[in-house]
Design a binder for this molecule. Sequence first.
Ligand code: SIN
Ligand code: FE
Length: 291
Amino acid sequence: MTDIINLFIQEWDWPCPAGMQEEALSALEEGHVLFFPRLSFSLEESEARFLSAATGSRSKNISLDVATGKLCGSSLSRTAARPLRVMMQRFAENSRELMLNLFPRFKAEVMQGRTSFRPVEIVGRATSWRKDDTRLHVDSFPSSPVRDERILRVFCNVNSEGRHRTWRLGESFEKVASRYLPSLPASAWGSSQLLRLFRITKSRRSAYDHLMLQLHDRMKADLDYQSSADQIAYDFPAGSTWMAFTDQVSHAAMSGQFLLEQTFYLPVASMKDPSKSPLRVLERLTGRKLT
Ligand code: SIN
Ligand code: FE
C-alpha cells in the first residue's frame, strides 16, 4: 500500500539535511508519495488571472518545454501567454531545486521533462477511458516512450479558493504487475520499429514501454479492479506540494482545479536501489530482459 510521507520543507531552495535526504530517497524508491504540506508556490498578483478554466484550450493541459520555451495548449495569444510562460518557468526552476536538494545523487543524469498547468476542474472533464485519470493507473504514455527511464513528478495545488486536489492511491507496483502480467500478450516482433517508422512514437518503444502501456490500459479498463483494489483517498490541500514516481505509484486524480506539475526523467541506473524500479520488477516477474 502507498504511504504518504510528510516532509516539512517550506522553501523550494532549502538545503535538506542528509538524514532527510536518505529518508526521502528510500520512501520515494519504495513507491511512496512525498508530501510537503507547507510548501506552496506563490503567484504574483498579475498571475492570478491565469487561474481560470478559460486559460486552457481543448486539452486538459497547458505544457511548457523549458528547453525551447515552447508553450502548448493555452487559449491565450502569444503576447498574453508570455507571463504565463514566466510563471511556469519559475515553477520548473523551483521544482528542480527542490528535487536536487532532496536527491543530489540524481543531478548528473536527471532530465527535465514538460512543465504543465492544469486549469480545468477534473470533475465533469470529458475524456476517453484511456485518458481518464480519475481511474487508478501507473503513468505510461503512447507518444512518449521512456525506454529505461523513470517518471518522477512534482505536483503543486495552486487553487486560490482553498480547494483540495483529491487523489486515490492504490496497491504496490508489484501487486498490480502480478495481477495483470499473466494475461498480457508478449509484444509482437517488430512492432516498435513499425511505430517508429510511421512516426507514431517520438522514439523507439522498448519491451518495457510496451508492457507498461498495457498495464496502464488494463488497469483503467477494469472497472471491477477500480472499485475493489486496495486503495485510499487523499486530499492534497491548496498550497501544498507532493512528489512521486508515477510510473510506480498507482494513482487517480478525482477532483480539483489548478495544478502545476513538473516531470523529470531519471535512468533506472541512477537510483540507489534499481531493483525497486518497475523495469526491474517486470524483468524479475517475466524472466526477460525488457530494454
Ligand atoms: C495524473 O497524473 O494521473 C493526474 C494528476 C493530477 O492531475 O492531479
Ligand atoms: Fe497519472
